[in-house]
Design a protein. Structure first.
Length: 225
């Protein structure tokens, strides 16, 4: 359609032919119809190419009408990180609410806190760049104490935990249960020849051993008597 219109315009401008079979060409602007002839009228629209351009949707672009709602990679409206639909069964309702504990959908091992708009690393992880609030990448930290399960520590294997020294699992067959209990007589896993006493949190040297530094409660190294 556009090529036909441009052909007529070019033909007229160069003065090669000012009429076609004695019929006058009349135009009414760049986007108006050109009428050919008095008896046989053919309507030709000259379309500005700019009008054919469409504005593509931008993934994760926030909605200007609905707070904390954005377009996902598939072009669908989704709640922003940390939020969920107030009425998930109503497609026309785009109101959302903050959900503490909700896992980030764009940053692995990142969780929404109780404060709206704030996040923290999942248990066993820490920020890669703690001084950059915009960077939510995290890394696993062996030996890091759990923030949600007392006396539980991250192991060298990412995603796995162990009880802190002197403790044992309450339900060892349930991997989802990270509750622990103090176990008197349990041998330390990090200090050889050291045993948990009846008092939670305290240790003693194994029989035949004594403390290397008895005045330093933090030093659990021992030596043979």
């Amino acid at each position: 359609m556009i090529r036909v219109a441009l052909f007529f315009v070019f033909w007229t401008l160069i003065g090669g032919v000012s009429s076609l079979a004695d019929n006058t060409i009349t135009t009414h602007g760049a986007n108006s119809p050109a009428i050919v002839g008095d008896n046989n009228k053919v309507v030709i629209y000259l379309i500005d190419p700019q009008l054919l351009k469409t504005t593509p949707w931008e993934p994760r672009k926030p909605s200007s009408d609905h707070p904390h709602v954005a377009i996902d990679e598939e072009g669908k409206w989704k709640p922003q990180d940390g939020y969920t639909w107030v009425n998930p069964d109503d497609n026309a309702d785009r109101s959302v609410r903050w959900v503490p504990g909700r896992h980030s959908t764009s940053n692995p091992h990142v969780v929404a806190t109780n404060t709206e708009g704030e996040f923290h690393p999942q248990d066993g992880y820490t920020w890669v760049n703690p001084d950059d609030n915009a960077d939510r990448s995290v890394r696993w930290v062996p030996g890091r104490h759990s923030t949600s399960n007392p006396h539980v520590v991250a192991t060298n294997t990412e995603g796995e935990f162990r009880p802190q020294d002197g403790y044992t699992w309450v339900n060892p067959d349930d991997n989802a249960d990270r509750s622990v209990r103090w176990a008197p007589g349990r041998h330390s896993t990090s200090n050889p020849h050291v045993v948990a006493t009846n008092t939670e949190g305290q240790f003693r040297p194994q029989d035949g051993y004594t403390w290397v530094n008895p005045d330093d409660p933090a030093d659990l190294s021992v030596k043979i008597k």
